[in-house]
Design a protein around this ligand. Structure first.
Ligand SMILES: [Zn+2]
Length: 278
C-alpha cells in the first residue's frame, strides 16, 4: 500500500496520542484521497487546520495524496521555524491565505451542551451566543453553518462535520481558562460590550429606570432603594442591577480582556448588571 507521511504542528498535536506528536506519521492509503480526509482520519478536525505544506509547497484540503508525499499541517499557531530536519523546507510560494475562514466581527458563537458556564461568560462580555443544553449535534452544526457562528465544543467529532466551517475544540475543563483561551483566539477584547446582554437567554439588555421595575422588584426594597437604573432583557424580561456579583463579574471581565476598568465604564448599559443566580 502506498504511504505518505503527515506531521502535525503546535496545538494540532492535542488531537494525537502522545506517541505520534510532532512526528512524521506514516499514512497508508489507496487511490488518491483528499488531504482533508487523511487529516481527519488521523484525528484532527478540518476546523483546526489553517495551513498545509505538501512537499514544500502550500496545499489546500482538496490536494490528492500521492505516494511518498511529505505533508506538514499547521493550526493558527503556526510557528515560523520548523522544529527540526523532519519538517518540510519552507513553502516555495508566497504564503497562501489561511484555510480557516475569517470569523464575523464581532464573533458570534454556538456552544455544545457541556459549555454552559462558558456560554454565560461570553454573553456577559456581550457576544451573541446560542446555547441550549438539549440541542442535538445536528442542530449545533446547522446553526453554526446557517448563522455563520463559531462552534465551540468538547466533541471533536462534531468539528469533523463538513458543514461546520468555523469551530474550535475546547481542550480545558475549567470555564475561567476556557474563556481566556477563546478571548485570545478570537481577539475578543476590542469588540467586547460587557454587561450588554442577558446571560440567561442571550437577549440584549435595555436600560430602564427604577420606576419601570418597581413592581417586579417589590419583594426587594433594598435593591430598589440603592439602585437608580436597571437593565432589562428585551427577550425574557430578566432584570439586572449592579448588585453583589457585579464587582466579581467586573474583575473577571477585566482579567479576560486584559484591560483596565475603563472598558467596563465606557460601555452603554454599564449600570445594567447583576444577580447572576449561581
Ligand atoms: Zn433574557
Amino acid at each position: 500500500m502506498p504511504t505518505a507521511t503527515v506531521r502535525f504542528h503546535g496545538s494540532l498535536n492535542d488531537f494525537l496520542p502522545a506517541a505520534r506528536r510532532d512526528l512524521a506519521i506514516p499514512y497508508g492509503f489507496e487511490g488518491g484521497p483528499a488531504l482533508k480526509d487523511a487529516i481527519e482520519a488521523l484525528g484532527v478536525p478540518h476546523t483546526e487546520v489553517d495551513s498545509i505544506v505538501a512537499n514544500g509547497r502550500s496545499a489546500g484540503f482538496g490536494y490528492r495524496l500521492a505516494p511518498d508525499d511529505r505533508i506538514e499541517v499547521f493550526g493558527l499557531d503556526r510557528t515560523a521555524e520548523p522544529a527540526d530536519g523532519l519538517a518540510a523546507e519552507p513553502a516555495a510560494e508566497p504564503a497562501a491565505p489561511g484555510l480557516i475562514p475569517a470569523a464575523p466581527i464581532p464573533p458570534r458563537f454556538v456552544l455544545d451542551g457541556h459549555l454552559g458556564r462558558l456560554a454565560r461568560y461570553l454573553r456577559m462580555l456581550g457576544f451573541d451566543t446560542r446555547y441550549d443544553n438539549r440541542a442535538a449535534d445536528d442542530e449545533l452544526a446547522r446553526l453554526s453553518a446557517d448563522e455563520n457562528r463559531i462552534l465551540l465544543t468538547r466533541d471533536r467529532g462534531l468539528l469533523k462535520r463538513s458543514v461546520v466551517r468555523l469551530g474550535y475544540l475546547i481542550r480545558d475543563d475549567d470555564p475561567r481558562r476556557q474563556i481566556g483561551v477563546v478571548a485570545e483566539r478570537y481577539a475578543l477584547a476590542p469588540v467586547a460590550a460587557p454587561f450588554s446582554r442577558c446571560v440567561r437567554c442571550n437577549g440584549l439588555l435595555e436600560q430602564v429606570a427604577r420606576s419601570a421595575v418597581a413592581e417586579r422588584l417589590a419583594g426587594e426594597p433594598r435593591t430598589l432603594r440603592y439602585f437608580d437604573t436597571f437593565g432589562r432583557c428585551v427577550e425574557c424580561g430578566a432584570i439586572y442591577w449592579q448588585g453583589s456579583h457585579f464587582e466579581r463579574m467586573s474583575r473577571l471581565v477585566r482579567e479576560v480582556l486584559h484591560d483596565g476598568p475603563a472598558i467596563v465604564e465606557n460601555r452603554p448599559a454599564r449600570d445594567a448588571w447583576t444577580e447572576d443566580e449561581r
